[in-house]
Design a protein around this ligand. Structure first.
Ligand code: SF4
Ligand code: SF4
Length: 462
């Protein structure tokens, strides 16, 4: 089957009858392709190494589902502190908005895991087994010979193994490397929930990278849709210089620089023709830039017929960098990041809750009024710490026993519950009052405190 000619009216990867048109992008080399490949190798190395890399004794990025904690580059958050992530995510999202407004969908072409794994892992395996684009197309259209079956089995077996490896890597972000290794050495039934999870993720990844591919970017990715509103005529995008390129035609027969060789179309992983203008399907992979530069080099014409530039500049109009939207996104990004830094500083390393015990609100005997509380203390630090409980009361006669009688040593993430009994001599009790319950560290610094009312019988004048 001949490669499909892209049109501006429809997505290339979907045929008129709604069936899938499978794109086989041609190989390309060049400064952007090599740079992206180097970045992809670095990113994959980072993805793999983050669960191994220890900061303050914990993996650099680890959502510890067993102990309900998130370790993020040395910062430890309990699940009840995860609301902080809202600020990280909004700060990062607006940071991405700024980058997109300035430089288009740079994220998609260079750093998105979908592109990193698809372009630099799965498609490379496919090229290695099935050959170049025309060989792959011939294989797709050809009969099911022994050779084709062998190639298909080999390719899909490797795809499944790669998908399983990525799924295991993904799981290591949630259960830790030693736990994952332990599960892998035992029968699947012993940790069947994780086995099912990894199997499901493997299946989804295999489906995505073996078949769905660029459809994810075109029809599913919300950032791809958002890109259309974040990019304006001043954003730097991958574009075709119409002024220089048109009218297109055979070299020497027309005035334009585009010789209509269609190399830029053949290498495009989403099957579009960038000469038809910026399109939603463009993931800024820059393959068309490298492809066209090679042609321009051969023709001894200047590179950059397809290049990074703003749509204004490509159309010969003046382009400006600073626009109101850029200021807005920068302010919102700074607000999100600033809010996170502020909120993270407010997070206490100790959780304290003081609850009145069930039953009567207070007890009274002949000589004293007694209030019974239950104190819960959780150590959110990554190391064991010693704490003491103090009671700060405006009534000098108050005596406390239970949790306040002895130091408490709590392991990392450990929590304890202990009764705290407060007693005030009847003669000293002049009416209800507030008591400060404090948790102090080994250095005596107050790390958390709660105010609770001390209740007793009604007193005249109280
Ligand atoms: S690769 Fe360059 S010269 Fe060839 S069709 Fe595309 S824009 Fe024209
Ligand atoms: S048009 Fe160019 S930059 Fe955009 S997806 Fe296609 S090859 Fe990549």
């Amino acid at each position: 089957m001949k490669p499909k000619a892209p049109t501006i009216d429809s997505v290339t990867t979907i045929n008129e009858d709604g069936s899938r048109y499978f794109v086989h992008p041609a190989d390309v080399g060049g400064r952007f392709t090599w740079s992206r490949r180097a970045v992809a190798v670095l990113l994959i190395a980072i993805y793999i190494s983050l669960p191994f890399l220890k900061i303050k004794g914990e993996p650099a990025v680890f959502l510890d589902i067993f102990h309900r904690k998130l370790h993020l580059f040395g910062l430890t958050l309990m699940f009840q502190d995860l609301w902080l992530l809202f600020f990280i995510i909004t700060g990062m999202a607006f940071g991405l908005f700024v980058v997109t407004s300035i430089a288009g969908r740079l994220w998609c072409g260079w750093a998105c895991p979908q592109t990193v794994f698809l372009d630099h892992v799965f498609r490379r395996v496919e090229r290695w087994i099935d050959g170049d684009a025309s060989a792959r197309r011939r294989l797709e259209d050809g009969l099911w010979t022994g050779g084709k079956i062998l190639k298909r089995v080999l390719k899909h077996a490797i795809f499944i193994l790669l998908a399983a490896a990525i799924a295991h890597m993904f799981l290591s972000y949630f259960v830790s490397i030693p736990a994952l290794y332990g599960m892998m050495r035992h029968a699947p039934g012993e940790s069947w929930e994780f086995f099912l999870f990894v199997s499901a993720v493997t299946g989804i990844l295999y489906f995505n990278f073996a078949w769905f591919r660029e459809q994810f970017c075109i029809i599913m990715c919300p950032y791809g849709r958002l890109g259309s509103v974040l990019i304006d005529d001043n954003s730097i995008v991958v574009g075709y210089d119409t002024v220089r390129g048109e009218p297109r035609g055979r070299a020497g027969t027309v005035a334009g620089d585009c010789i209509d060789c269609r190399r830029c179309v053949q290498v495009c992983p989403t099957g579009i023709d960038i000469r038809q203008g910026l399109q939603m399907e463009c993931i800024s992979c820059e393959a068309c830039i490298d492809a066209c530069d090679v042609i321009m080099d051969k023709l001894e014409r200047p590179r950059g017929l397809i290049r990074h530039d703003s749509l204004n500049a490509l159309a010969g109009r003046p382009s400006k960098f600073w626009r109101p939207r850029l200021f807005l996104y920068m302010i919102l990004g700074a607000v999100g990041s600033g809010a996170f830094v502020f909120a993270a500083q407010q997070v206490k390393p100790v959780i304290l809750s003081v609850l009145r015990m069930q039953g009567a609100p207070y007890f009274r005997d002949e000589s004293a009024v007694r209030n019974n509380f239950m104190v819960r203390i959780a150590n959110k630090r990554a190391e064991a710490c010693e704490y003491s409980v103090n009671v700060d009361s405006p009534v000098s006669g108050l005596a406390a026993t239970g949790a306040s009688s002895h130091p408490l040593t709590l392991g990392p993430g450990e929590e304890v519950q202990e009764p705290l009994i407060m007693t005030v001599p009847d003669a000293d009790f002049g009416g209800n009052f507030d008591v400060q319950v404090q948790v102090r560290g080994a250095d005596g610094k107050v790390e958390a405190e709660k105010s609770v009312p001390f209740l007793g019988p009604f007193r005249e004048g109280s």
